[in-house]
Design a protein around this ligand. Structure first.
Ligand code: API
Length: 327
């Protein structure tokens, strides 16, 4: 089968976007899983953290389904949603839209460019749930807020939440970031384990200064990525709940792929997070896929130039992180 793709990234978290609105594709559920595993494989001349299928919606401007590199489908993807937001806004020629996702219809909108030629979008991260059943996390308690999990660590304190995909978050120092604790712990809770039967995205967070954090995430179904949008949003919320940052204020969230901004809204009985950041296209391509053989061929590729502008932002970010991540 021939598939048109756009390779893009949100804060270095890269995806292959497949438009099923204007292309007459009709993928079966099994084909979606196989396409994700085949095209995301980094040992090929393609590779990505996941696939973004963009489909028609009968109640919104479009629908996003996100598949991790291991073929598992996730309920949400913050960085991917910014790419889908851009694609849909440009398709319907509007600056805002509503995107149907697995658990919610989310507002998205074009924003002023972070720096020139860096397409910037805002997406809504919601719903936010602290009930451990929403992850699920099997502990004999209803929630986990800044508490230890003996099976995982004697020192670290964790907060567990779903936005709505599952996140386990801990605030750490530079020394802990430099250790292999996050890798070992993340592999443990994303393999066969009693705590997280569906796995979990694990984020280590460092407070850089008021209104500024660094987040590194080991993603369920992928491994370490440059950035995880839902994790950066959930981490921003956790730092506000711990009094490190302010609700309703812009939080600069630094990561290994660049920087995004989050604004955490404290509603009457709930939270909502705005995630603002780049939606950068790298290239258009066409692949000829043979799922029966588990092979594909890159039959066309047109490089784009937006990444040059994005790299200016990355350079600024690296300079800032070098000053803040000493210790
Ligand atoms: N690995 C995640 C899905 C992708 C989320 C991430 N790429 C983001 O930007 O939020 C999960 O299985 O829940």
């Amino acid at each position: 089968m021939e598939i048109n793709i756009i390779k893009g990234h949100g804060s270095g978290n890269d995806f292959l976007l497949i438009d099923e609105i204007t292309n007459a594709y009709s993928f079966s559920e099994t084909e979606r899983v196989e396409i994700a595993k085949l095209l995301c494989d980094r040992d090929t001349n393609l590779g990505a953290d996941g696939i973004l299928f963009v489909l028609k919606s009968d109640r919104a401007d479009g629908r996003m389904r996100v598949f991790n590199a291991d073929g598992s489908e996730a309920s949400m993807c913050g960085n991917g949603l910014r790419l889908v937001a851009r694609y849909l806004c440009e398709l319907i020629e509007k600056n805002e839209a509503v995107v149907e996702t697995m658990k919610a219809d989310l507002k998205v909108s074009k924003q002023a460019e972070l720096i020139s030629e860096v397409h910037t979008y805002q997406v809504e991260i919601s719903p936010v749930m602290f009930d451990l059943k929403a992850l699920p996390l099997k502990l004999n308690k209803p929630t986990l807020y800044n508490e230890k999990i003996q099976e995982l660590s004697d020192e670290l304190r964790f907060t567990a939440l779903a936005v709505p995909n599952p996140h386990l978050i801990t605030i750490v120092d530079v020394e802990t970031l430099r250790s292999d604790i996050q890798k070992l712990l993340s592999e443990k809770v994303n393999g066969p384990n009693e705590l997280f039967p569906d796995g979990v995205n694990v984020s280590f967070v460092k407070q850089l200064e008021k209104g500024s954090i660094y987040v590194r995430t080991f993603e369920r179904g992928v491994g370490f990525t440059n950035a995880c949008g839902t994790a950066m949003s959930a981490s921003s919320l956790v730092t506000c709940m711990q009094g490190l940052n302010d609700f309703e204020a812009v939080i600069d969230v630094y990561n290994n792929g660049g920087k995004v901004q989050c604004v955490v809204h404290q509603l009457e009985r709930d939270y909502k997070i705005d995630l603002i950041g780049n939606a950068t296209y790298l290239y258009n391509a066409e692949v000829s896929v043979n799922l029966a053989k588990g092979t594909f061929e890159l039959t066309a590729k047109t490089e784009l130039t937006e990444q040059n502008a994005y790299e200016k932002l990355q350079a600024e970010v690296q300079q800032y992180l070098n000053t803040k991540m000493k210790g």
